[in-house]
Ligand binder design. Structure first.
Ligand code: SF4
Length: 220
């Protein structure tokens, strides 16, 4: 099955979904962060699209920043922070460059490595997009954390790939139904950026929209 471009979801949403499906739905279905999240993401994409110095060449390595990516089979679109193209016999041909190059996605994160696999899933989804676009196999990528300032290798094994597929399949189902999963209070709620909107301790059954509607009526 292939998704129509109009139905593509944002690749980066898989981080929110892995953290909490309700958090993802609040942001991407109910668009509670429409102004700050989607607008900023769109601006970054726009800037990258117009950056003429996106590619740098170093010996047997090409470094590309802000590369737009998509996958019709996963139904997603996004942008790679960095894609390194390493000269390698297993690689692919690139326009204007002699030889074969293997793409290696690199995602930069400000903080420390997380206790869950949201970053690995995001990186693997990027690799799966690149594989579909460039017709190649990408065995690994890197997550670069600000603390400590170091790269962490991520192998794109079958288990991680299957989890990416299962996550986006479920996200598409929820999006099509415009359904926000109900509150499921976990430890994650304590560090959730959407806790003020979600109100995990107060309301376990009502959507944010209905909660706000009720609150406004009560305030009248
Ligand atoms: S507060 Fe808890 S249930 Fe609500 S979105 Fe955040 S993590 Fe999910």
């Amino acid at each position: 099955m292939e998704y129509d471009e109009n139905d593509f979801l944002m690749l980066s949403g898989i981080q929110h979904y892995a953290f909490c499906p309700r958090q993802w739905a609040l942001i991407h279905i109910e668009q509670q962060w429409e102004e700050n999240y989607f607008t900023i993401d769109g601006m970054i994409m726009h800037e990258n699209a117009h950056n003429q110095e996106k590619t740098e060449k170093r010996k047997n390595l090409l470094i590309t920043r802000g590369m737009p990516i998509f996958s019709r089979t996963l139904g997603i679109r996004g942008v790679c922070d960095v894609v390194e193209f390493h000269r390698n016999e297993q690689g692919v041909t690139l326009q204007n460059y002699a030889g074969l190059y293997l793409p290696v996605p690199v995602e930069y994160k400000r903080g420390k490595p997380k206790t869950h696999d949201a970053d690995e899933l995001q990186l693997c989804a990027q690799a799966m997009c690149l594989e579909e676009m460039l017709l190649c196999e990408i065995p690994k990528g890197y997550l670069y954390y600000g603390e400590p300032k170091k790269r962490q290798e991520v192998m794109f094994d079958e288990e991680l790939r299957q989890k990416v597929i299962a996550s986006f399949t479920k996200m598409h189902e929820l999006f099509d139904k415009q359904y926000t999963p109900r509150v499921k209070q976990t430890k994650a709620c304590r560090s959730c950026s959407m806790a003020d909107v979600c109100l995990p301790g107060l309301n376990k059954t009502v959507s944010v929209e209905r909660y706000l509607e009720k609150a406004m009526k009560e305030g009248e």
